[in-house]
Design a protein around this ligand. Structure first.
Ligand code: SAH
Ligand code: SF4
Ligand code: F3S
Length: 476
């Protein structure tokens, strides 16, 4: 599930994703195309941004490489959410330095750029710590990338752009290139105004902003023209979406979803990540009514104690969360719920941690992501004195994950014997096998002919593990 993490992995230090797009053709200039290597850390929004950066650079004559030694331009698209995720960037830069030195020894230049949330949060400090970095570019300036790279090449000093410009990057990035994938991410909303006291996102991504319905629909059409069948709408707070509709009014996420569902070729829609306070009635209704909206919802609750939730500034209580889940399940029985949980927020007692366990038992999750609290610079909670010792956090995380794994296995086990529609996405590890996704986002392995790629087929589920299902495609 590497490519589907809501915002990092359970290993507490940030997912680590190679640039996921297929090699694209060189623009013919008579010269060999300069090569770009992008390494992506963090959440899906970064995966999406890396794709857009790659496409912008390909439009400028670059070609993509997955071999860093061949790259004239190396971009690290970084995550600042927890300390370990941010520190990973510096160990990666150590490796990049060796490559840059080796290339330089044979007369080849390498431009090194740090993008993403660490770039935004640390700016010029990155260059002070890692002088090999030529360019630091924040997430709101990616449309300026070609110009910034030129500056970095010609200027003796490193270049830093961490502005939150008035002009929106989406208006200036080139249109999506045709893609031959089955599933795609599409960012519809960026930034966050919620200021949870543990979280850096409002500082790294800026204030909340929604793209217009027309802009999103046009991108969705481009994606489907290349073969995409399933789109996951992304936003740091995606259900706070309030983009301008075709009628000039502000549209909700539910309105956007219903609109996109009418596009020919789109078979499935998902969205992530949602805040409980923005789970509006029309969005809940859409789960009951819109067949293309998949029965899966990632709805972080973070902590099971009202005192901790208030200290986190989450703006809802446990009862409100439980009532919300009941309304969602009434609208869409059987919906798979996923969540994010933090253990060891400052001052969390053993009894408060046990309230988190109790909430998990009460709600029942199909899957979840859990993290040890990590104090972040600039956040309110980072300044609190009563930080929980790391050994206590580790112990709580292990106990929590043991329960979450059991719930995930139980959810998967209850699918055995059912026939589920599976959208086949890519070849499996074994020859003759394809891997797809169930409506509940489980990976499903089945023997299938290559032409089944991109199709939705009924699969009788015959086996399961904690992380995936296996089955047999039903005869037509
Ligand atoms: N916008 C989403 C989450 C974005 S960050 C939401 O509001 O739910 C992804 C997840 O990382 C969060 O849900 C939270 O569980 C975790 N996280 C964020 N800051 C953290 C910190 N300082 N320490 C540990 N986990 C953190
Ligand atoms: Fe961070 Fe809270 Fe915003 Fe989510 S809602 S991105 S956790 S500040
Ligand atoms: Fe990380 Fe930034 Fe995403 S901090 S989780 S890459 S929004």
């Amino acid at each position: 599930m590497q490519d589907r993490l809501p915002a990092d992995s359970n290993d507490d230090d940030g997912a680590d994703l190679e640039s996921p797009f297929a090699a694209m053709s060189d623009v013919d200039t008579g010269q060999p195309a300069p090569k770009v290597f992008i390494k992506t850390f963090g959440c899906q929004m970064n995966v999406y941004d890396s794709e857009r950066m790659n496409e912008a650079l390909v439009a400028q004559g670059y070609s993509e490489t997955s071999a860093i030694e061949d790259a004239d331009l190396v971009i690290l698209n970084t995550c600042h959410i927890r300390e370990k995720a941010a520190e990973k960037v510096y160990s990666e830069l150590g490796r990049v330095r060796k490559v840059k030195d080796a290339r330089s020894a044979v007369g080849r230049e390498t431009v090194v750029a740090v993008a993403g949330c660490v770039a935004q949060a640390e700016g010029a400090e990155i260059i002070a710590r890692a002088p090999i970095v030529d360019l630091v570019v924040g997430p709101q300036s990616y449309h300026r990338l070609p110009e910034l790279i030129d500056q970095a090449k010609t200027c003796s000093k490193s270049v830093v752009d961490t502005a939150f410009p008035e002009e929106k990057k989406f208006a200036h990035l080139p249109e999506r290139a045709p893609s031959h994938r089955v599933t795609a991410f599409l960012t519809v909303q960026e930034g966050c105004d919620k200021f949870c006291t543990f979280c850096v996102v409002p500082y790294t991504r800026g204030m909340e902003y929604s793209r217009s319905v027309a802009d999103v629909a046009s991108e969705a059409r481009k994606l489907t023209a290349g073969g995409v069948r399933e789109i996951t709408l992304l936003g740091q707070n995606v259900n706070a979406y309030h983009g301008q509709g075709p009628d000039g009014a502000s549209w909700s996420l539910a309105q956007l979803i219903r609109h996109l569902a009418q596009i020919d070729g789109i078979e499935r829609l998902r969205y992530t990540t949602s805040h409980p306070c923005d789970m509006s009635d029309d969005l809940i209704e859409a789960h009951g009514e819109e067949e293309k909206l998949m029965p899966y919802l990632h709805l972080p609750f973070q902590a099971g104690s009202d005192r901790i939730l208030a200290a986190m500034n989450r703006k809802h209580t446990i009862k409100e969360y439980v009532d919300l889940v009941a309304r969602i399940r009434a609208a869409r029985p059987g919906i798979a719920l996923s969540t994010d949980i933090i253990v060891g927020f400052p001052g969390e007692t053993e009894a408060e941690f046990e309230e988190t366990i109790a909430l998990i038992l009460e709600v029942g999750f199909a899957q979840a992501y859990s993290f040890k609290y990590s104090a972040r610079p600039g956040t309110q909670a980072g300044k609190l004195d009563d930080q929980v010792p790391d050994v206590v956090k580790t112990d709580r995380l292990l106990r929590l994950q043991e329960l979450l794994d059991r719930q995930q296995s139980a959810f998967n086990a209850h699918c055995v014997g059912q026939t589920l529609p599976v959208l086949f996405e890519k070849p499996g590890r074994r020859p003759g096998q394809l891997v797809g996704r169930s409506p509940y986002l489980q990976a499903v392995h089945a023997e299938a002919a290559p032409e089944v790629l991109g199709q939705i087929r009924p699969v009788e589920i015959s086996g399961c593990g904690t992380n995936s299902l296996a089955g047999v495609i039903c005869p037509a």
